[in-house]
Design a protein around this ligand. Structure first.
Ligand SMILES: Cc1ncc(COP(=O)(O)O)c(C=O)c1O
Length: 458
């Protein structure tokens, strides 16, 4: 069969509240034109994030009923730990309530004011946690990532020459770890090749620097490797994932992505002494090392989700459904990051709204317009998110101005995606009338979550 179907049936549904344009105008104004500040009920198709928004399976819900809520040494902990070890292969597993808690603990023990941490592209919480510990977060995306149209298959790769140059210039003493984010969320959800992971590992090993993977979307990345890197076309995706982590010294993970869980995360390392220090912080901030901020039922759900996410029929469907949207947009001449990534569609707001300067936040304007048009909630990934130095407050245009439409796992059907495409088309047709925005109020760190905006009138 040529038609790729959702490889699941739906047996529980949630109604969507349909709204009028007038209602949406009031809702977004009340939220100060920041989609993060809206009531979710006022959204028709919620593409704010794929994080924690997945539909869990009957099996995962069933496992939750078996959660062992003992404070220490719960059965659910051992199930969780053994599953993580089996797939990720690290010796030490530290459960956290979500990905950023794992990052915070990792950087608290490894990063100080002299530190520089390179990554293909840091996600916002990763960057903010490094900066919070006094360090400097550096993005080294491959040069192919700049060409949003090219069909280069691994635009999530790190620029190895730039990494080698950085290591030679700064020295291993200033670089406590090298990270790579799979898939590269802030760089368009693009995958990282196994060849690139091997090269990063080589540079790290030669310099004696630990190599960590930000593993949030590891299964999508592994399946892209299967589809796009000829060496792996007959390798089971789970073995590709195991090989990816085999090159690393540790990882951070948000189970809210590629584990189908609504909450959860973990931090892994092979070093017992480092893990000991990390667990001391864990006890202070998250909880006892056998639950780390999670209920026993959450540990159960994650253990099931980590297996389900590696189902290749699911991954075929997942990558296909994102490609379906991207290819339609591309064929319609609407600027979109190509080729399709795994978890999201990224509209290129700078080219969609070329008359709006980066410092007037074209991505924010486009996100607001999509909501006004059809109740679709996406987010800006661009100058609002990355354009301010938290220490000096100075602003600069980000490398890209994108609107991310993240697709929750197993939640929306093809007709929902057709509705989204129709809405994007309608906004595209009236794009020259769309204005830029200004920030009225914003905090120093992670400003995009809570900033208030208004339209520029002149
Ligand atoms: C690449 C990446 N790293 C880290 C995180 C942080 O994870 P969490 O939201 O669970 O704290 C995210 C969340 O979206 C992410 O996409």
């Amino acid at each position: 069969m040529k038609t790729i179907i959702e490889p699941f049936r739906i047996k529980m549904v949630e109604p969507i509240k349909l709204t009028t344009r007038e209602q949406r105008e009031q809702s977004i104004k009340a939220a100060h034109y920041n989609p993060f500040l809206m009531r979710a009920e006022d959204v028709i198709i919620d593409l704010l994030t794929d994080s924690g928004t997945s539909a869990m399976s009957a099996k995962a819900w069933g496992a939750m009923m078996q959660g062992d809520e003992s404070y220490a040494g719960a059965r659910s902990w051992y199930r969780f730990r053994d599953t993580v070890k089996d797939i990720f292969g690290f010796e030490q597993v530290i459960p956290t309530h979500q990905g950023r808690a794992a990052e915070h603990i990792l950087f608290s023990v490894m990063v100080d004011a002299k530190s520089i941490v390179p990554n293909n592209t840091h996600f916002d919480t990763t960057r903010a946690n490094i900066e919070f510990c006094g360090g400097k977060a550096i993005d080294l995306p491959c040069t192919e990532a700049d060409d949003l149209d090219s069909s280069y298959p691994f635009k999530g790769n790190m620029d190895i020459a730039a990494l080698e140059k950085l290591v030679a210039k700064e020295g291993a003493e200033r670089i406590p770890l090298i990270m790579v984010t799979v898939t590269n969320n802030s760089g368009g959800g693009q995958p990282v090749s196994m060849a690139n992971i091997r090269e990063i590992s080589r540079v790290a090993k030669d310099a004696g620097i630990p190599f960590y993977i930000d593993a949030c979307r590891f299964a999508e990345n592994a399946h892209f490797i299967k589809q796009r890197e000829p060496e792996f076309k007959n390798t089971p995706t789970i073995d590709i994932a195991r090989e990816m982590f085999g090159y690393a010294d540790g990882c951070t993970m948000s189970a809210k992505k590629d584990a189908f869980a609504n909450i959860g995360g973990f931090l892994c390392t092979n070093e017992a002494e480092l893990a000991h220090r990390e667990r001391n912080i864990l006890i202070l901030t998250e909880g006892f090392p056998t639950y780390g901020g999670l209920a026993g039922r959450d540990l159960e759900a994650i253990a099931v989700g980590l297996r389900e996410i590696l189902d290749e029929h699911y991954l075929d469907y997942r990558l296909f459904s994102t490609r379906y949207v991207v290819e339609y947009l591309r064929d319609s001449g609407i600027p979109v990051v190509a080729p399709a990534g795994g978890h999201a569609v990224y509209l290129d707001a700078r080219r969609f709204l070329p008359h709006i300067e980066p410092l007037q936040y074209p991505g924010q304007s486009l996100a607001v317009e999509l909501y006004l048009e059809a109740g679709i909630r996406g987010i800006e990934i661009g100058t609002v998110m990355f354009g301010a130095d938290p220490h000096t407050g100075e602003e600069h245009p980000a490398r890209l101005d994108l609107v991310r439409l993240a697709i929750p796992r197993r939640v929306y059907t093809q007709s929902h995606m057709d509705y989204v495409l129709e809405a994007i088309n309608l906004v595209w047709e009236r794009r020259s009338d769309i204005r830029g925005m200004r920030i009225v109020r914003a905090p120093k760190f992670l400003r995009h979550f809570t900033a208030h905006f208004e339209w520029i009138t002149s």
